[in-house]
Design a protein around this ligand. Structure first.
Ligand SMILES: C[S@@+](CC[C@H](N)C(=O)[O-])C[C@H]1O[C@@H](n2cnc3c(N)ncnc32)[C@H](O)[C@@H]1O
Length: 338
């Protein structure tokens, strides 16, 4: 799966375990901010029917692959990916923008990504098979990128992995839940909270001002394949300026979360929030306690790589001290009264 800020990779077992313990009879789970789709994938792996949601198209594509698609697609996906792997490189707009103008990938890999992406559209694939192919390509590109894990900047010199050969792999698809087909939605979280329902709802909203669309704009473009106008050194899509999330705005985040919490239709809510985010523990507990009794589990997490590496000036000299290396991920669990 792709490198993703705020991904709950290290806490998957804990989250699934909390859901299972709190509501052993649960058959469905709603993941309202699905991101890398890891949590939805883990819920599906535990046998639940999953409804995933995220407003960015690359994240919806990840959820269509990891949550909505079932493992009966594996034979077709294996043949398709072996075929795509043989596509000869062909440089064009993508290579120029993201490998020459900006330097997210080595041009030899950028030209392969570009040719494979063009072929995916020419093949007239069934929709979910197409999503599996797109995710396989996104993950292959992620393994040879030249970044520290976000697309706001690229490394001054090529990362060693950027010289590796691009290799497509078959994503790990899971069997369908005995409780029915899982789904991936692309709604704003508030609308998803109003229109989707499940036994357990997992809420993992952004914690701070950093927009996921900006951090992963190359994936959005790879999936949409819309050749957007770009701006800045990182060649960000111009719609990064207009497609904002209320959760990234300090003045709006609290009200936005409150609306989602009030609207969400589930018997148990599990909410992840970081102890360095916009909202403090008292505010969140107060908001959640309107739905029922709240308990909190704290889990220690390593901070974003930038915090661990330290601060450098444009000449590559260290100018700041390394800050705190760990923080806490808080898991709020609410048994809803109604
Ligand atoms: C902290 S990440 C979720 C990480 C995810 N749990 C994982 O393990 O990968 C928050 C996600 O919320 C999405 N998001 C932000 N604002 C949103 C909104 N208003 N509606 C729906 N999704 C939103 C972002 O695209 C991002 O993927």
């Amino acid at each position: 799966m792709i490198k993703y800020l705020g991904s709950k990779r290290r806490f998957l077992e804990r989250i699934v375990d909390v859901a299972r313990t709190e509501l052993p009879e649960a058959t469905s789970a709603l993941d309202l901010f699905s991101g890398s789709a890891r949590v939805g994938h883990a819920f599906k792996g535990a046998g639940l029917r999953v409804l995933a949601n995220d407003h960015n198209e690359y994240a919806r594509t990840l959820a269509r692959c990891y949550v909505e698609a079932d493992d009966d697609l594996v034979p077709a996906a294996t043949r398709l990916i072996a075929d795509l792997q043989r596509t000869p490189a062909r440089a064009g707009w993508f290579t120029h923008t993201y490998c020459e103008q900006a330097r997210f990938f080595h041009p030899k890999n950028g030209a392969r990504v570009e040719a494979i992406r063009e072929r995916i559209d020419r093949l007239d694939l069934a929709p979910l098979l197409r999503d599996v192919a797109l995710v396989s390509l996104m993950e292959a590109a992620d393994r040879v990128d030249s970044t520290v894990g976000v697309h706001m900047a690229y490394l001054k010199a090529w990362a060693p992995r950027a010289h590796n050969e691009l290799e497509l792999r078959v994503p790990k698809l899971l069997p369908r839940s005995p409780h029915g087909r899982s789904e991936a939605h692309g709604l704003d979280a508030e609308e998803a909270a109003r229109t989707l329902a499940a036994d357990v709802a997992y809420l993992d909203p952004p914690y701070n001002q950093h927009s996921y669309l900006r951090n992963y704009h190359v994936w959005e473009t790879l999936v949409r394949w819309d050749q957007p106008a770009t701006y800045g050194v990182a060649a960000k899509r111009v719609d990064c300026k207009t497609r904002a999330s209320a959760f990234n705005l300090k003045r709006q985040a609290s009200a936005a979360l409150e609306r989602v919490v009030d609207a969400v239709r589930a018997r148990v809510l599990i909410v992840s929030f970081n102890d360095e985010g916009f909202l403090d523990r008292a505010t969140i507990e107060d908001m959640l306690s309107r739905r029922g009794p709240v308990r909190v589990c704290a889990m220690e997490a390593r901070r974003y790589v930038g915090a661990r590496i330290g601060i450098y000036n444009p000449r590559g000299e260290k100018v700041g001290a390394v800050g705190k290396l760990k923080n806490h991920e808080l898991l709020y669990v609410v048994r809803c009264a109604s």
